[in-house]
Design a protein around this ligand. Structure first.
Ligand code: GLU
Length: 397
């Protein structure tokens, strides 16, 4: 019996693989420090859990409309007005089974065989495979600035071709925490303004910025791009709700309608109880967000300082999200030892039981991604172990 052609080229998610590897070692009784998972370590806030309990008590355990309950759509509309100054109606929003699913369904709705989609590097591991599953091709755009990974308008301009059907913007970004100010974003959007293509804004880390950074938002900066902009977002990171699997999409009614048709043949509605929780997350009390962000801010400063103290490690300063993406090329060798960031990640988990993700599937084989969605105590121990493993390995002369 044969499997499909696509399973020959689709790759397993590198981020999820690391999480699974860490969990497998834990089951063997090994004390792993998991700096791999892109998942807040906080519990889901109590008001959100309570909303789920109430939904269960009310018997909300049946199918809901495919694109989400009226309550959740209203909460999305409320959130957009409150946080983004955007006025959207319920026909222009929908709920999905996580941010990843929102993007997956969107790609199915937008792309045809052979379409090109610009993906600025370093990029989240799943974009290229999810695009390929929709028949499209990720065209990776490497910024000239290899230290801070900030895309300049000329980088974008040079990558646009007549086949470019869309551009994915992810600010703050996974894995490097690159965030664009309104001015920086405006310069990029000026280029895109001249090229008729979709603008996909993956906003899952929009609430996660540090040091008073003012984040540029596509439709705030260039409202005229609204007819060809689609925003994907999720409650997973902002409200520590990864397991609930609720994401959402905001865009022209025609796109939402097409996505709803596809979702109706795929998953039907997202979980009814999780939708009730997500509605509370988006429209209810927001106090948990600054509380979590204060912690993340301390962790970011701690991790960047500790990484920079390791000889020969070069580490950018993330403006947002909860990852750092250091350059580890000084520790990579041509033979006898780790040759890539992925092999270094394998070395770290074997040798000192610290899980990090290799950089290859993010577009940079000589980097690793470290998530600081972990306690300061674990970060301290994890970085101590990384520093000692690297010292033992020694930099390449
Ligand atoms: N997005 C998170 C990460 O990059 C969660 C895992 C995934 O879906 O990739 O680690």
């Amino acid at each position: 019996m044969q499997l499909s052609e696509r399973v020959k080229w689709v790759k397993p998610s590198a981020t999820l693989a690391v999480t699974e590897k860490a969990a497998a070692l834990r089951r063997q009784g090994i004390e792993v420090i998991d700096l791999g998972a892109g998942e807040p370590d906080f519990d889901t806030p109590e008001n959100i859990k309570e909303a789920a309990r109430r939904a269960l008590a009310r018997g909300e355990t049946k199918y809901t409309p495919v694109g989400g309950t009226d309550e959740l759509k209203s909460a999305i509309v409320t959130k957009l007005a409150r946080d983004n100054g955007l006025q959207y109606g319920k026909t222009e929003v929908m709920a999905n089974c996580g941010g990843k699913h929102a993007l997956f369904v969107l790609f199915q709705a937008l792309f045809n065989e052979g379409d090109e989609v610009l993906v600025p590097a370093p990029y989240w591991v799943s974009y290229p495979d999810m695009l390929a599953l929709a028949g499209a091709r990720a065209r990776i755009v490497f910024p000239q600035d290899r230290e801070n990974f900030k895309l300049r308008p000329e980088d974008l301009e040079a990558a646009l071709t007549p086949r470019t059907k869309a551009v994915i913007l992810n600010s703050p970004s996974n894995p490097a925490g690159v965030a664009y100010s309104p001015q920086e974003l405006d310069a990029l959007l000026e280029v895109l303004g001249k090229h008729e293509c979709w603008i996909i804004s993956d906003d899952v880390y929009e609430k996660m910025v540090y040091g008073g950074f003012v984040l540029g938002q596509v439709l705030k900066v260039r409202p005229e791009l609204r007819p060809r902009t689609v925003i994907c977002n999720s409650v997973s990171k902002t409200y520590a709700m990864t397991g609930w699997r609720i994401g959402y999409t905001v865009g022209p009614a025609e796109v939402i309608k097409a996505m709803t048709t596809i979702q109706g043949q795929m998953t039907s509605n997202p979980s009814s109880v999780a939708q009730a929780a997500a509605a509370e997350a988006l429209a209810g009390n927001q106090d948990s967000v600054p509380r979590m962000m204060e912690e993340f801010g301390k962790r970011r400063d701690f991790v960047v300082a500790r990484l920079r103290a390791i000889p020969h490690i070069r580490c950018n300063e993330p403006q947002g999200a909860f990852y750092v993406f250091p350059n580890v090329s000084a520790y990579l060798r041509k033979s006898q030892g780790p040759k890539t960031g992925d092999e270094l990640a394998a070395y770290l988990i074997e040798k000192v039981h610290v899980a990090v993700v290799g950089g290859t599937d993010f577009g940079y084989p000589d980097h690793i991604r470290i998530s600081y969605a972990n306690s300061l105590e674990n970060l301290d121990e994890g970085l101590r172990r990384i520093a000692s493993a690297l010292a033992e390995l020694g930099p390449v002369a």
